[in-house]
Design a protein around this ligand. Structure first.
Ligand code: ADP
Length: 486
């Protein structure tokens, strides 16, 4: 079946998403602040307009109380004179207008240079009239077809009759200024958002570049090529992620390489017995019972060897799996005795317990027994009948040592470093015993699965000592910690 890669559905990139988030946030912030400033400003304008209108009524009051009629030189005697004098003397702002009522009629208007003419807005005058009779100053908002006004009606009362000053403020003018400011603000805000978009696009892109590198690298990695690594630059979290990914790839590559190597080795090692079996079967003379019996014996022998090989390979293949060992608390003295008992059946040797560790240790008893017996079997294989083989266990500096010591042929110094590898045998080993060179690899895998080390001491013709050194911690619940021995 052809290998097909599922392409992820086209989606919005993180870059676009982050950018949109920034744009929405910036827009919301600018809109909110703009609205708040606008509302505050509008309130300020209304307050300013009212203050201005009230000031003019105050001026009217002061003129009424202290002023004198310029024509008579006497205090004002009527509403009409007072209002005329007031209108003549006051200077009003550009968005303001004034008229003076006596009774219900407009009798005085502002000078010609004043632009806003309330007397020309009939609707305004109509709406003001009801307020002329009031005793208090009225401050109201009036909307006509022409404008929006803020109106102050300040009544004056004289014995001969009443009048009123009507001072108006064109709110449209005042608010036009605010509108201009807010329009300018909106334009600047839009430009700011555009600038945010550009900067955010660039900054987010820069920020996400390591992720993009990571994605590309991860994309380019498949089972055929595991050599690609993600470039690691900088010191941030993403760099740490890239480094972690690289370390993971190192492990995957090592494991895949190991599997490939194992398959190569298996193929190579199985070819020999298969060739031997096939060769013998091809040449067997079926009519010669003696030849048949001899070939049968040989073929069974070869198949037995193959079966041992396959079993050993299966153990090695499992060594990488997490459930390869299942540690429990084990009495080491008991374990040593048991292994010695089993080992003594392996061959006629002087089996000796050299030392017993009086401790509990956390290890997989099945696997450790398997490894220990493998070392004992090697000791038998590479030593003379009747020679001494010692087994022992001891605690030393936080390690549990389990060893097998023989007086066999020893190992050439240059071979010590390599005999732990699969299918490696020291020079001259084949003369002493048959073997595939898998025993020590299995022991090494078991020891490594316990986080330990396999130590080899040997002198050619002087015997060898194989020691499994496993990390040791006292059992948490045990009251007395065994003394560490040197
Ligand atoms: P095998 O014994 O099948 O060859 P092992 O992996 O058990 O495979 O051992 C690898 C090699 O290490 C052996 O071929 C031998 O050269 C050497 N060796 C292992 N144990 C001993 C020993 N006790 N004495 C001498 N040499 C040993």
């Amino acid at each position: 079946m052809p290998h097909t890669r599922m392409d992820p559905p086209k989606s919005v990139t993180i870059r676009a998403r982050m950018m949109w988030a920034m744009v929405v946030l910036a827009s919301a912030a600018l809109l909110t602040s703009g609205t708040i400033v606008g509302l505050i400003q509008q309130a300020n304008i209304s307050r300013g307009v009212d203050a201005n209108l009230l000031r003019s009524s105050e001026e009217l009051r002061v003129l009424a109380q202290r002023g004198v009629d310029p024509e008579t030189g006497e205090p004002f005697s009527g509403a009409s004179e007072l209002l005329r004098t007031f209108l003549e003397r006051t200077v009003i702002g550009p968005a303001e207008g004034e008229v003076a009522f006596v009774g219900q009629e407009v009798v005085w208007v502002a000078s010609d240079d004043v632009e806003l003419r309330p007397e020309k807005d009939q609707q305004l005058l109509e709406q003001v009239k009801p307020l002329l009779e009031a005793d208090q100053i009225s401050l109201v908002s009036i909307t006509t077809d022409q404008r929006h006004y803020r109106v102050m009606v300040s009544p004056v009362q004289f014995p001969q009759g009443r009048g009123a000053l009507v001072h108006v403020h064109d709110l449209d003018v005042a608010k036009a200024e605010l509108r201009r400011t807010m329009t300018l603000y909106a334009a600047v805000a839009a430009l700011t958002v555009a600038a945010v978009v550009l900067v955010a696009w660039w900054a987010v892109g820069r920020l996400l570049r390591p992720i993009e590198d990571l994605r590309k690298a991860a994309d380019s990695i498949d089972e055929r090529d595991l050599t690609t690594r993600v470039p690691v630059r900088g010191k941030d979290d993403l760099t740490a992620l890239a480094a972690t990914l690289n370390r993971m790839l190192d492990r995957v590559e090592r494991s895949v390489d190991a599997q490939r190597q194992l398959l190569d080795d298996v193929g190579h090692e199985l070819r020999t017995p298969i060739t031997v079996v096939r060769g013998h079967l091809e040449l067997v003379d079926a009519s010669d019972p003696q030849d048949v019996a001899q070939t049968r014996h040989l073929v069974i022998d070869e198949l037995d060897r193959m079966s041992v090989l396959v079993n050993d390979l299966l153990v090695l293949a499992k060594a990488d799996q997490s459930d390869f060992v299942s540690p429990t608390w084990v009495d080491v003295t008991e374990l040593t005795d048991q292994v010695l008992e089993k080992a003594s059946a392996l061959g006629e040797r002087k089996w000796v317990v050299e030392h017993l560790a009086d401790a509990e240790a956390r290890l997989d008893p099945g696997r450790i027994t398997q490894a220990w017996l493998q070392l004992a079997a090697n000791a038998v294989k590479y030593s003379e009948v009747g020679s001494r083989v010692g087994l022992g266990s001891a605690l030393r500096r936080g390690e549990l040592l389990l060893w097998v010591r023989d007086e066999g042929i020893g190992i050439p110094e240059e071979a010590i470093a390599t005999i732990k590898e699969r299918f490696v045998r020291a020079a001259g080993a084949a003369e002493h015993a048959p073997g595939a060179g898998l025993g020590l690899s299995i022991v090494d895998s078991i020891v490594k699965a316990h986080d330990g080390r396999l130590l080899i001491e040997s002198t050619p013709d002087g015997g060898s000592t194989f020691t499994m050194a496993l990390p040791w911690l006292p059992e948490p619940s045990s009251p007395a910690t065994p003394t560490l021995e040197d």
